[in-house]
Ligand binder design. Structure first.
Ligand SMILES: C[S@@+](CC[C@H](N)C(=O)[O-])C[C@H]1O[C@@H](n2cnc3c(N)ncnc32)[C@H](O)[C@@H]1O
Length: 274
């Protein structure tokens, strides 16, 4: 049985969202979908770390296909503002997913840039972000990262909670197989983040307190066949519209992958209070 069907304690909304995603997966790519969606256990872990039951308004920065948004909406009573810089197909699909899952009435989908958010100061009880810092950094570098951290602090109410989680900090890669994954993502796709200390220092400079770090190991190890499908998928996505020739990519890394394997780095979450 696939792992996505076995996740314990998943909400009905999450189950529906996952099923929709799987039903639209092209044949041969099931592994990639499985991994992205099973990362849902990490999303659930994140929501569990935050005491959101008293949070009325939550901002999800870089909401992407909406998987963290669904988790937030289905496991809390909060109003969720899902912000992403991309409109179009991804957004339309996120909204359809939220409707199918029955959580859309508590979600506002906003197309906007996390660097300059269209909201007043102190608008949210919580600001969260999962796997978005890597995209923000990939597109806009350290300046963009800094701006998003500053915006998040500005948007939080006093006493509010901030949570950033990503698996592309260099500290997330512990084993050789995780380090190889991080190296390929960083060198070939520019998806590596700077050290976590950059974010921690920015938060301290903004006066945030109670800084807490937690780690989650998704235990996703790829064999040679799955590693090929995974890398083909990332290369196909053409980050930065950059054409990446899979054959030469495999020539550079294939041998090392066969030797050490390839594994998803751990998710690092950083929590802070205003
Ligand atoms: C990997 S996806 C996020 C996944 C999502 N949080 C989840 O749980 O599945 C990263 C998202 O960040 C968005 N993004 C990149 N730069 C952004 C920015 N400056 N402001 C807002 N969103 C941004 C991208 O469009 C993309 O949809």
């Amino acid at each position: 049985m696939a792992r996505h069907e076995t996740g314990q304690g998943i909400t009905r909304a999450t189950a529906i969202a996952r099923k929709r995603w799987f039903d639209s997966t092209p044949v041969g790519r099931e592994g990639v979908t499985e991994r992205y969606v099973v990362f849902g256990e990490a999303r659930r872990w994140l929501v569990d770390q935050m005491d959101l039951q008293r949070s009325t308004d939550v901002l999800d920065i870089g909401s992407g296909h909406g998987f963290l948004t669904y988790e937030l909406a289905s496991r809390t009573k909060s109003r969720i503002t899902a912000l992403d810089v991309l409109a179009g197909e991804q957004l339309e699909d996120s909204v359809r997913g939220a409707r199918a899952a029955g959580v859309n009435e508590r979600v506002s989908w906003i197309v906007g840039d996390g660097r300059t958010c269209p909201f007043r100061d102190s608008s949210f009880d919580a600001v969260v972000s999962f796997l978005a810092l890597e995209d923000i950094h990939m597109i806009g570098g350290n300046d963009a990262l800094e701006m998003v951290v500053q915006e998040s602090c500005r948007l939080l109410k006093g006493g509010g909670t901030l949570l950033f989680a990503d698996n592309m900090f260099p500290e997330c890669a512990r084993t050789e197989a995780q380090k190889l994954y991080w190296t390929i993502q960083s060198k070939e796709f520019h998806a590596g983040l700077p050290s976590k200390s950059v974010v921690l220092n920015l938060l301290r400079e903004r006066g945030m307190t109670g800084l807490l770090e937690e780690e989650y190991d998704p235990k996703i190890n790829l064999d040679e066949k799955e590693a090929k499908v995974e890398l083909l998928d990332v290369a196909d996505a053409k980050p930065f519209a950059k054409v990446i020739d899979f054959a030469s990519l495999w020539k550079r890394y294939g041998e090392r992958i066969i030797l050490t394997g390839l594994a998803y780095p751990r998710v690092l979450s950083i929590i802070a209070r205003k």
